[in-house]
Design a protein around this ligand. Sequence first.
Ligand code: UD1
Ligand code: CA
Length: 443
Amino acid sequence: MTESSVACVILAAGKGTRMKSDLPKVLHPLAGRPMIGHVLDAVAKLAPERVVVVVGPGMEAVTTAVAPVSTVIQAQPLGTADAVRAAAPALAGFTGDVLVLYGDTPLVTTETLNRMIAARRAAPNPAVVVLGMRLVDAGAYGRLICAADGSLERIVEYLDANADERAETLCNAGLMAFDGRRLFELLDRIDNANKKGEYYLTDVISIARNRGYACSVVPAPEDEVLGVNARSELAVAERLMQKRLRQTAMANGATLIDPDSVFLSVDTRLGRDVTIGPSVVFGLGVTIGDRVEIRAFSHLEQAQVADGAVIGPFARLRPGTRVAPNAHIGNFVEVKNADIGAGAKVNHLTYIGDAVIGAKANIGAGTITCNYDGFAKHQTEIGAGAFIGSNASLVAPVKIGDGAIVGAGSVVTVDVDPDALAVARGRQKSYPGWAARFRSHKR
Ligand code: UD1
Ligand code: CA
């Protein structure tokens, strides 16, 4: 261990009652990733020596989600101080700085964590550094009570605060940095004589001060320290996260015509000179190449779109879609588990599922790959330069050769040779004068 070692304890054992959910609170997603995943991400960039997540009994889903990061179980949710104490075995022998974070405070950045660590190590060598925030409406956050010299004296929880204390606008964001050599000495002195009957981590401050240790506050921007306790706060956190992702996308060279209506995932990758129209949604796992245009109201997930392609408006790219350079996917087209070749066009009202489409193929309006027989999925292959007439049903498994043409309205059940014409529909018959006779008869 070096003097600059950091260990991180992430608290996630709370019941999350206010979410009214079967899903543990910290697994609710923001921009497609569980809240706690965002915290782990911010922490990983500190290259900490140890990381441990404190979960409650029966929270195997959290243990699975955070793996390979290890978890310890807090037997009962007796409060935030008790939760940190549950991490004691994981911190045995550790004497560096211990950062305590909350799984429900997902917007904090590595930069802010670094500022806390720097303050912990600087004069006056505080035993505890608390992340603070000034709020116009401080709601139910704990209040930070400081001395005249600005040093931190104590934290009072909202429920236990008197009117004067509630008027304080400097609040506890929940995150703390401890001198690891003092942490358990302080925790062991915390009791549960308060309104909630819980062991409050916040009580460490007055205990540290009584023992003559310094405590200080590091201020944080409000948009990093939102604690998510209810769905309404989850929505606020999502909005803040989206704002960040949009700013990053634009900073990296994408044009978002109406940024506020574009929804991104944490892992959305956009090339240069990408243009994204209004109301486009990116689910997880989307990679977009350079000079791609994604037009309004398109929805993409687990899809790769190569350079120069045009998608939408109103296109849906489902998992396993790979669009090669300069291909066009137009309005009301759904694509799933399919390769769309370079320069191919699938422009109108079409379903392409479990298919490979060759370069420069043209797929007419209303084409459907009939990929499912009620039991299994089957593959459709369409060769390079093939032309599929409008309203064709391609009943998979089926192959259309390179350069072949399929007549409009065909139901294709047999492979079509390269450069052949396949027409599979009733032959047209015309009856001269029939319509006029029909009308006069009806009259
Ligand atoms: C806590 C702080 C409050 C601060 C606020 C910031 C305390 C006593 N209060 O209040 O000062 O303003 O966060 O968001 O610390 N947890 C456990 N085990 C428990 C209890 C909680 O692991 O026994 C975890 C929760 O899962 C959560 C975090 O600790 O991730 C905070 O707990 P929560 O109950 O949400 O605390 P707040 O009431 O929000
Ligand atoms: Ca909380």
